[in-house]
Design a protein around this ligand. Structure first.
Ligand code: GLA
Length: 713
């Protein structure tokens, strides 16, 4: 619900459990008053803010502007035609739009409630419209800003935050999600320090280093209680999220990274920022995550795959089984084994296109290598379908190998700065997706591939960050648009793809999980989490990922041991626990398995088929954070059913209290773990909630445990 009191110039956004308040003061400044637990009581800001001599620094502002006394690190940065960069944004009006507005060309949360539009004006003819949409059911508020040049002279935007939140308190912790290839989204928590702290990317994609999402929380906030605010950008390019602690409190600003960004606005033109998603929960980190999970499932995923009760296929991906070395017979043998193990879909990963026998060549030439696939992709697809499996394929549409026919025909299609060496990463360049003609060239190839046979699943990969960012299609004074236009181009192409192929299951990927964000989830209902499929490392990667993203969107596969990335060995159950907590699939050479070994995998596939709807739609409880082991559960919202997972050193005979267990019910627990196959127990809900579910003491390399709980009465 939105309260839009234009008499008092006070504005409040209410979700089921949270409230966000703003007011315009006598000087026309839009002040941020409150964001926290639901309340109808308006907050009054104490003097001295009414004192005309008061430093603007001390004011909690809703959308601060630089150069006129607010000495925080500036983010909003319009540059006027006289070279000045100051701005003063004065309140000019507010209104409620009953239906939520869409952001043109940008992904956003949708099917929410009303949108509040607050207009701010700079005297030099710039209008900023702040948009707030309320998703009351999952305590989500989204924000964005639209900047319009309402004057007669051009202005250049050199920084435009999606949102700024001023906290009146200084004692907050900041959690960021950082890492590297094969170690994505590891949470780092520490107090917000005085001065500026920031995370971000200048690599054109978010990269493995930081996820575009942060948590601010009370120092005593835990998994289950305490004040937590989550902020996440719905954006997949260069970003910055910064905190600044001053004597007045903590300011958090989030938006497109200002480096490399300069957006000229001619008179009458507008610029829309990406969206910023906000959640507050007093139920600790777990409560905050559950709000984001509900929001993603109800308001971000789209199309046919938004229906989470519709099963997602169990797939086998050929990458770790074959890498670049295969022929059609090998693929068909692998597909037969996958079918025996219970898979539904076979995915042909990298290496299938003309001359692609290593990562040094051929990106951009999306036609089958006849040496490997004598009857092309349609021939292989037909044979896979004949085995009773659906067919999927890998592409890297944004990439171009210097050694490719595409590059030889169109060298200017690659991002490159004239006069400089173009940086190769993984032996490849990046296509200039800011250009419509380049996108069209790739679109023609993609549609030719997808129209040639019934492709059910597409893995869209990007295996490097951007460098040499300069577009041959734009003049020198517009090169500051290229990074953002690249992202808009990516979004446009994925939008075309899902529009034209509504049944296609799209999975995004970026050298593992370097582009795992709300922006990409708008187009693909699942994203590959990490190239690291080691059961121990996946505990941390999937734990960190789960702060914002629900299990049902995390690409996770069961792979071989010793693990190809870490060399470690883990039990079947531990590897299955990690994979079943995500999208579930296989990524190993099942042709090496005996029929008996393939049969051993079946109970887990059957488990997925039996409980897949619960795993996709259920509520995640992180029971024990990763530290040599972890435990977590996915429960039905009413607590009537759940799957409990545990692996590693957690399996030492301890009991784990289950917060969702209903006291007055009895539960039947069916175990799936070595030595406990077929074993069932009965527990009272109260016993599970208070004393906990007894976990077995299991030894050996990374043991694992799965248990399905069902209420009996
Ligand atoms: C990336 C992906 C992998 C695989 C390879 C193929 O690394 O993350 O899953 O598709 O590319 O080259």
């Amino acid at each position: 619900m939105i309260v839009c009191d234009n008499t008092q110039r006070r504005y409040a956004l209410h979700t089921a459990h949270t409230t966000y308040q703003m007011a315009a003061d006598a000087d026309g400044r839009l002040l941020h008053l409150y964001y926290g637990k639901r309340t109808d009581a308006p907050r009054t800001i104490a003097p001295p803010h009414n004192d005309p001599g008061c430093w603007p620094d001390l004011l909690p502002q809703e959308y601060p502007a630089p150069g006129l006394g607010d000495n925080h690190a500036p983010f909003f940065a319009p540059e006027w035609s006289d070279g000045s960069r100051a701005a003063a944004l004065h309140f000019a009006g507010a209104e409620v739009c009953p239906a939520q507005e869409v952001l043109p060309g940008l992904p956003s949360f949708h099917t929410g409630g009303e949108t509040l539009r607050i207009t701010l004006q700079d005297p030099q003819s710039l209008t900023v419209t702040l948009r707030y949409t309320v998703f009351a059911d999952c305590d989500l508020i989204t924000r964005s800003a639209v900047v319009e040049n309402t004057g007669s002279a051009p202005v250049t935007l050199r920084g435009v935050p999606s949102g700024v939140v001023d906290f009146a308190r200084k004692d907050l912790d900041l959690i960021t999600f950082d890492g590297a290839w094969a170690a994505e989204r590891t949470p780092f928590r520490g107090p917000v320090r005085p001065g500026v702290q920031s995370i971000g990317s200048v690599g054109g994609i978010p990269t493995h280093a930081h996820n575009p999402a942060v948590v601010l929380c009370a120092p005593d906030a835990t998994e289950n209680r305490g004040d937590c605010w989550g902020l996440a950008l719905v954006y997949s390019g260069n970003f910055r999220i910064q905190t600044e602690r001053t004597t007045a409190g903590i300011r958090v600003s989030a938006g497109i990274e200002p480096y490399g960004f300069a957006w000229p606005l001619a008179p009458g033109e507008c610029f829309s920022t990406p969206e910023l998603a906000l959640v507050y929960s007093e139920q600790g980190l777990g409560g905050m995550s559950r709000c984001f999970h509900d929001a993603v499932r109800s308001h971000l995923l789209r199309g046919r795959w938004r229906d989470l009760t519709a099963p997602r296929p169990v797939l086998l991906n050929s990458w770790e089984a074959c890498y670049f070395t295969f022929n059609e017979e090998k693929l068909l043998t692998l597909a037969r084994a996958a079918k025996t193990a219970g898979a539904d879909l076979f995915v042909l990963d990298d290496g299938w296109f003309r001359g692609r026998n290593s990562d040094t060549t051929s990106l951009g030439d999306w036609v089958a290598d006849c040496a490997k696939l004598p009857e092309g992709v349609p021939g292989l697809c037909r044979k896979i379908k004949a085995l009773g499996l659906d067919f999927g394929i890998w592409v890297e549409p944004e990439a171009i190998s210097p050694d490719s026919d595409l590059y030889r025909a169109h060298p200017d299609w690659a991002l490159q700065i004239p006069g400089r060496d173009t940086l190769e990463i993984r032996h490849q360049y990046t296509l200039d997706f800011s250009r419509a003609d380049v996108r069209e060239g790739i679109w023609q190839q993609l549609t030719a591939l997808l129209d040639s046979c019934p492709v059910r699943y597409l893995k869209w990969d990007v295996n490097r960050s951007l460098a040499n960012v300069w577009s041959a299609a734009l003049p020198a004074d517009r090169q500051g648009e290229v990074y953002h236009r690249y992202v808009l181009g990516l979004y446009e192409l994925q939008q075309r793809l899902v529009d034209r192929y509504p049944d296609l299951l799209l999975e995004n990927c970026a050298g593992g999980g370097a582009r795992f964000d709300f922006g990409m989830l708008y187009y693909s209902p699942q994203i590959w989490c990490s190239d690291n499929t080691d059961a121990l490392d996946r505990l941390m990667i999937q734990y960190g990922t789960s702060f914002f993203y629900p299990p049902c969107v995390m690409g996770a596969h069961y792979s071989t041991v010793p693990n190809h990335t870490t060399g470690r060995t883990a039990s079947v159950e531990a590897r299955m626990a990690a994979a079943l907590s995500g999208t579930f699939g296989f990524e190993l050479d099942l042709t090496q398995y005996t029929p008996e070994q393939l049969d051993e995998l079946r109970p887990f596939v059957d488990f997925y088929h039996a409980h897949g709807a619960l795993l996709r739609t259920g509520t995640l409880y992180r029971l024990c954070p990763p530290d040599g082991g972890a435990a977590w559960a996915i429960a039905a919202p009413d607590g009537s059913e759940a799957v409990v997972f545990a692996s590693g050193c957690v399996l030492d005979g301890r009991s784990l209290p289950l917060p969702f267990a209903a006291g007055h019910h009895a539960y039947r627990a069916a175990m799936l773990a070595t030595g406990l196959e077929g074993c069932t127990e009965r527990y009272s809900g109260e016993s599970l909630a208070v004393h906990g579910l007894p976990l077995p003491a299991l030894r050996g390399n990374m043991p694992g445990f799965l248990c399905h709980l069902q209420q009996e009465d």
